[in-house]
Design a protein around this ligand. Structure first.
Ligand code: HEM
Ligand SMILES: *[C@@H]1O[C@H](CO)[C@@H](O)[C@H](O)[C@H]1NC(C)=O
Ligand SMILES: *[C@@H]1O[C@H](CO)[C@@H](O)[C@H](O)[C@H]1NC(C)=O
Ligand SMILES: *[C@@H]1O[C@H](CO)[C@@H](O)[C@H](O)[C@H]1NC(C)=O
Length: 357
């Protein structure tokens, strides 16, 4: 069965079995949130991403990263999508994001298609989260029923983006602490770092490892000598540093367990990657080994940790809003329109009710 039919069938059957029950992982989110208000949602997102991935095989990776960079900054609330305005200091210009985010245009394209099918129903935060889930399926990774029902933020926070997003030279201790700040465990850290099984990184983010690691004048000793030569060739010492290198030299656009076998082979691209395996005495080494040996174990944990990350700091119910355009907060209604809005708002909340088909 093709993946789209699989998702549709899974949604349908589980809806019948679990209709009316609540979902324990996060009481306010559930995979059937839009089953009444936007039943076409999954189909629309899948169709667009399927086409995009054919011409731009890197895009699924970029969307999963965009979702991560959203969730680590005041929760999965689409704050990362807000453009710079008079009142918004955009997260897009924070150091980890500037000249680096991709997929904003694709999210807008999906939002436009979703708005024409189901106006004012689906949040940008859910579109981004669902796009990340479907990106996994499209690149050979696991699929899961994406919990939905997030609302969009009214604010962004560039300072928090600079504070919360981990850097490529972080030590294992710093990585664990950045994840713990988000309520994520060491196991979540190792599972989610597996997203570096696809996508690209610019050279300047790891070139210290190639030429002058920790001011030793030598390369990082935890880097395989043959791989070092390959990377030095792709990232010349005094080059501009913005060449792009595959995270995974074996299967660059596939979501598989090779990230972990690369770490065992001393072929992690970033210092923050190799730390998970090469830090002496670390509890993460055994987790890397277990994922390198067993893709099912990796997928099971990746799925679990992606859902957990997708639940961070979500806005639900009447919090935030459903943005009309993902890059901007809705313009305030004039007071003459507020009465009408109050009447229709009860109607727009019907998405919260799950009923069996
Ligand atoms: C553990 C700490 C992490 C660090 C230090 C880190 C750092 C980085 C860096 C430096 C880049 C390259 C950016 C550029 O070239 O501009 C990158 C790319 C990427 N990251 Fe991470 N990351 C981390 C965790 C994650 C997580 C949790 C995910 C998703 C679950 C993720 C998904 C990705 C993907 C898919 C790319 C490639 C994106 C593309 O090609 O467009 N990363 N990351
Ligand atoms: C928002 O900003 C991005 C660049 O960060 C740009 O590509 C996009 O066109 C902007 N969106 C709108 C609607 O202006
Ligand atoms: C951003 O977050 C910081 C740290 O939590 C907080 O002090 C600041 O008020 C926030 N800024 C905005 C614009 O929300
Ligand atoms: C490595 O970096 C340090 C500090 O920037 C510098 O003093 C040293 O000369 C560099 N070594 C080499 C071999 O480039």
């Amino acid at each position: 069965m093709n993946p789209l039919r699989l998702i549709a069938t899974a949604l349908c059957c589980v809806a019948i079995v679990f209709g009316g029950l609540t979902f324990p992982s996060n009481a306010q989110l559930n995979p059937f949130f839009y089953s009444q208000t936007c039943p076409q949602l999954h189909y629309i997102v899948y169709q667009i991403l399927f086409k995009v991935a054919k011409t731009d095989p890197r895009m699924p990776a970029s969307l999963i990263r965009l979702h991560f960079h959203d969730c680590f900054v005041q929760g999965c609330d689409a704050s990362v999508l807000l453009n710079k305005t008079d009142t918004i200091v955009t997260e897009q210009e924070a150091f980890p994001n500037i000249n680096s985010l991709r997929g904003l245009d694709i999210i807008n394209q999906i939002k436009t298609a979703v708005e024409s099918a189901c106006p004012n129903k689906v949040s940008c935060a859910d579109i981004l989260t669902l796009s990340a889930g479907i990106s996994s399926v499209l690149t050979g990774g696991p699929g899961w029923l994406v919990p939905l029902g997030r609302r969009d933020s009214l604010t962004a926070n560039q300072t928090l983006a600079n504070q919360n997003l981990p850097g490529p030279s972080f030590s294992l201790t710093e990585l664990k602490s950045a994840f713990a700040d988000q309520g994520l465990t060491t196991l979540d850290l190792v599972s989610l770092s597996g997203a570096h099984t696809f996508g690209r990184s610019r050279c300047f983010l790891f070139s210290d490892r190639l030429y002058n690691f920790s001011n030793t004048g030598k390369p990082d000793p935890t880097l395989d000598p043959a791989y070092l030569l390959v990377l030095q060739n792709q990232c010349p010492q005094n080059g501009p540093g913005d060449n792009r290198v595959n995270f995974d030299p074996t299967t660059p656009d596939i979501l598989d367990k090779n990230y972990y076998s690369n770490l065992q082979d001393k072929k992690g691209l970033l210092q923050s990657d190799q730390e998970l395996f090469s830090t002496p005495g670390a509890d993460t080494t055994a987790i890397v080994d277990s994922f390198a040996n067993n893709q099912k174990a990796f997928f099971k944990n990746f799925r679990k940790s992606m859902i957990k990350m997708g639940n961070i700091g979500v806005l639900t119910g009447k919090q935030g809003e459903i943005r009309k355009q993902c890059n901007f907060v809705n313009t305030k209604k004039k007071s003459s329109e507020l009465d009408i809005a109050a009447v229709t708002s009860t109607e727009s909340f019907e998405g919260g009710v799950v009923s069996s088909i």
